[in-house]
Write a protein that binds this ligand. Structure first.
Ligand code: EPU
Length: 424
């Protein structure tokens, strides 16, 4: 396991970034394979630790996940799920990756029972799954919590129902949508999440014969079907990875061509904010060019469910704000503890105060390299960004967080003329 990364400061990020498939689309798509006996081939699957963890989980249930085409940044994977024989997602896997909870809906729908470890808290917040469970109960499942595990059963199968989420949840919407695909009758999910990754999952399921409509709006209607057919599907490009490299251009006064999708469309609030701060955006073939050629202005950001400003770009945006003259503000309204990067950025000379869900960032002229620690996935890249713009070297510890969700960072940065060094 790679432990640290050394980032020499004062580097300008200029070049082409081939954006990989989205982690947060690939994980539910992989879990959805369990819904059917028939196979699924996924293309554009990013090479990430979290994807490997999902492969291990699916294999422990009896599936096979075979990489059939291997390119530099993405794989094509063939999933065979005709011999699912185990119904348990164990603690060891769920504690490693909370998205393991995504097997709950598919297992319950296909096998009528499952046992999934409760995820517990994590660095960015408590992360309860109460709404996943309430949704399954609405579809007729019996839920029992015992010894740290959710035991869910649906002896006579699931039945369509109306369910309204009291708050918007991304994986909650995905889990219940997947379960409802094989339920008898119609399910209506209200106040559903609208993220592009939800739309991607629904599109893949529909390609396999599911009857889902309304995805991408806050009301999703699912008419249950008796089974899903084989299909091949391309995972959506990773808008969070794209946004992260857009900030790399912004913080270093560089320019990046983000290739793989229309990122202005996939990240409406984020890209609007970047334009407001002074970045220049233009559409290019199969992508978006982001260029920084002048002084940037301070801004206020409030993280919200899609189409609002994504919480998964908050830490990286904060790194940018650290070097923008004047006071910027961030309100983190999704996760209660997603400011752990603040202390690390301050070790590099940032001027930030936090009060509850609000961070006030006063721009400084220069950040300085320092030894820092990655605390979670997005925080880890915010430190890389700060380090690229800083004076001197930064050593970032615990970069396994980075490997969970950012594909080939060293190679992609090298493609933009930037050197970072892995230290074992
Ligand atoms: N919540 C509940 N009860 C639930 C579910 C969620 O109270 O049953 C609360 C959470 O505690 C949180 C809010 O609802 O305060 C939103 O959480 P959500 O369920 O939407 O988060 P998630 O589905 O667990 C996904 C992404 C996260 C991303 C969030 C918000 C995946 C695999 N993960 O998590 O991505 O931050 O949505 O957009 O899709 C990341 O990639 O770095 C990451 C953390």
């Amino acid at each position: 396991m790679i432990a640290k990364i050394k980032v020499p400061g004062g580097q300008k990020v200029c070049g082409v970034v081939p954006v990989s498939g989205a982690k947060n689309a690939a994980l539910p798509l992989l879990a959805s394979s369990i819904l059917s006996n028939n196979g699924l081939r996924l293309n554009n699957v990013p090479k990430l630790l979290d994807v490997d963890t999902m492969f291990s989980l699916l294999e422990s249930l009896g599936a096979t996940c075979q990489v059939v085409k291997n390119s530099v940044y993405n794989d094509s994977v063939e999933l065979k799920t005709d011999s699912i024989h185990n119904f348990t997602a164990p603690y060891d896997m769920v504690k490693k990756m909370r998205a393991s909870i995504l097997v709950l809906g598919p297992l319950l729908a296909r096998c009528g029972r499952c046992k999934v470890s409760l995820p517990g808290g994590c660095a960015i917040g408590v992360r309860p799954i109460d709404l996943h469970l309430k949704g399954m109960e609405a579809l007729g499942a019996a839920i029992d919590l015992k010894n740290g595990y959710v035991h869910a059963t649906a002896k006579n199968g699931l039945r369509g129902a109306d369910f309204e989420f009291p708050i918007v949840t991304v994986t909650g919407t995905e889990n219940i949508m997947m379960a409802a695909v094989l339920a008898e009758g119609t399910t209506v999910l209200k106040n559903a999440a609208k993220e592009p990754e939800i739309v991607d999952l629904a599109n893949c399921l529909n390609k396999r014969g599911a009857k889902i409509s309304g995805h991408g709006t806050d009301t999703i209607v699912i008419n249950g079907v008796s089974g899903l057919r084989e299909a091949e599907y391309d995972v959506l490009p990773d808008r969070i990875e794209a946004g992260t490299y857009a900030i790399a251009a912004g913080i270093t006064g560089g320019s990046v061509d983000l290739i793989g999708g229309n990122f202005e469309e996939l990240l409406p609030s984020f890209m609007d904010k970047m334009k407001q701060m002074g970045l220049e955006l233009s559409a290019i073939e199969n992508g978006t060019r982001v260029k920084c050629s002048g002084k940037l202005s301070s801004a206020s950001v409030n993280t919200e469910p899609h189409p609002g400003f994504p919480t998964d770009l908050q830490a990286q945006t904060m790194a940018l704000m650290c070097l923008v003259e004047g006071e910027s503000n961030i309100f983190e309204s999704i996760w209660e503890n997603r400011f752990m990067h603040v202390a690390e950025l301050m070790r590099m000379g940032a001027d930030i105060t936090v009060s509850g869900a609000h961070a006030s960032v006063r721009g400084v002229k220069q950040l300085r390299g320092a030894p820092v620690m990655a605390t979670d996935l997005r925080a880890s890249f915010s430190l890389v960004l700060a380090a690229l713009a800083a004076k001197g070297d930064t050593i970032i510890d615990r970069v396994y967080h980075l490997d969970r969700g950012y594909c080939c960072v060293k190679e992609k940065l090298a493609g933009c003329g930037v050197t970072v060094e892995r230290i074992n």
